[in-house]
Design a protein. Structure first.
Length: 234
């Protein structure tokens, strides 16, 4: 009569084929939903980025290329009435106060090249698009003022964050779905916050599209794959 050794392991229960198929389907559906939601978010991000730089390709008002009733750009000359530089964290924020015509001056945040290229009393070129100053330039230096895309950035952030959460669930589906979902949506919330800040930073910077997309895409992959690896290794 044989005896069972003390360290013998109980036999592993085989899951029915139907259960395995259901789990695989759940994996796929959550992952597909996450990817689709993220792609939609990034497409809105591209639209917001293109909208911010639309003035660059818009025709000049009154030119032969301009169709009446469509958007156009016009140029004005402003005068620098004040300059300012203040330290914020590890960097410096530069500002120019520019007066248009006989109106009061408006303060613009500019980059260091434009700031150092001007002085009080200097004339700067103002590019106006849809009733606002879209760009300030002087002597080859320029700074874009696309506006703060708060609403667009929030929409993008919510979609990208939700996409990350769904993708993490799809990659880490287990019997303990409640615990996984809590962790996934916590990571999705963190991803959304980072996406919101990134959108507010990248859209006004008007970097080339490849660079503008590379940063958020790589960040999303890192914030999605790393949590999935952590959960599956537990």
């Amino acid at each position: 009569m044989s005896t069972r050794t003390a360290d013998a392991k109980p036999p592993t229960r085989r899951r029915p084929a139907g259960e395995n198929a259901a789990r695989a389907l759940a994996h796929g559906l959550f992952l597909l939903a996450g990817l689709a939601t993220t792609v939609l978010g990034f497409s809105w991000f591209v639209d917001a980025n293109e909208e911010a730089g639309a003035y660059r390709t818009a025709p000049a008002c009154g030119s032969a290329a301009h169709t009446p009733g469509t958007d156009c750009v016009r140029h004005e000359t402003g005068t620098v009435t004040a300059r300012g530089a203040s330290s914020v964290g590890d960097g410096t924020v530069y500002t120019l106060t520019v007066a248009r015509g006989t109106g009061s001056g408006h303060r613009y945040t500019v980059d260091s090249d434009l700031y150092h290229a001007t002085k009080v009393g200097a004339d700067v070129d103002l590019t106006l698009y849809r009733g606002r100053v879209a760009e300030v330039s002087h002597d080859g230096a320029r700074t874009s003022h696309s506006g703060t895309a708060w609403v667009a950035s929030l929409e993008v952030a919510l979609l990208v964050g939700l996409g990350a959460a769904l993708a993490v669930i799809g990659l880490t589906w287990t019997r303990f779905i409640t615990d996984v979902a809590s962790f996934a949506f916590a990571m999705g919330g963190f991803t959304a916050v980072m996406a919101f800040v990134g959108s507010l930073t990248l859209v006004p910077s008007q970097l080339p599209l490849a660079a503008t997309l590379a940063f958020p895409v790589l960040g999303w992959l890192g914030m999605t794959l790393l949590p999935a690896v952590i959960v599956r290794s537990d």
